[in-house]
Ligand binder design. Sequence first.
Ligand code: DNO
Length: 355
Amino acid sequence: MKMTLRWFGSKYDSVTLKQIRQIPGCVGVITTLYDTKPGEIWSTEAIKEMKREVEAAGLEVSGIESVNIHDDIKIGLPTRDLYIANYIKTLENLANEGIDLVCYNFMPVFDWTRSNLAKMRADGSTVLSYDQELIDKIDPTKMFEQIDSNSNGFIMPGWEPERLARVKELFELYKDVNEEKLFENLVYFLKKIMPTCEKLGMKMAIHQDDPAWSVYGLPRVINNKKNIQRMLDAVPVMNNGLTLCTGSLGSNPDNDIPDMIRSFKGRIHFAHLRNIKHLAPGKFDEAAHLSSDGSLDMFEIMKALYDIGMEGPIRPDHGRMIWDEVAMPGYGLYDRALGATYLNGLWEAIDKSSK
Ligand code: DNO
């Protein structure tokens, strides 16, 4: 595996490349062009500039998170073919600059959802948390205001202002899209892009739905072993793979993550590693990465990744906000750096004890 950190670019992130470079074992960043909108073609100049900046700091661009999918593709509107053609052009431009990994998701309207971005814990840190009862009381078209007023002034990934403008209209457009239709639209998209991905050596890594169930009545299809396997089997090429996200899958205690990792061997191109604490059905807090701080066994998860010969990037996912840091919720430097160090320690111990 390759240890990386997510970085939102110097315009949007409070964490610097210099700081990331000083995390032991961290070789690269997972980043994106935050000023592009879904459906736009990424220019070669902008990709080159992003790479130049990261490489000047002694790091590599280990992958893109995300090249977002235009909603017309997810809904299956006639305009989807135009947006798919643009997506393919972006993949070609990325591959020409040596980038071979793209993370994306196929969730309608919203990316991840939480009911609180700064829940206070007993240790005085704050974390993102989810409570289905609270979510059920929020008008989904007001979710953006909720996220906005809680995000320390940062634009949260997945909650960009341009989505706000369309949210009511999107709910209307998704009205006839059930899970089967969404799945078909995903397969349609994958079948169109895979010939190019195979030619370019581009690994597409779909992120799981977060949380791993339907929210606000919108369909979700990448949330458990059966559904993920179905997606992998529908387009059975190595380039059609996964971003294995333990926090998203782990929101549902029925998901056996080490078992899923072993089953999806060869198709996991990237992993997001974090721990969460289950409080009740449909209710969880994010936690420190350490196994004993949450409900997931991070040793078993790392062991499974080790056993399948994981070579791709991994990154510590959301951390707590600690030591008075003011950063984008989930994406401060300190707790993610602690997470990286812990995960590196687990990996070294597993590696040495396996020889
Ligand atoms: C949240 C992230 C997601 C993820 C996308 C991938 O913190 O894990 O926003 O980046 O779902 O497309």
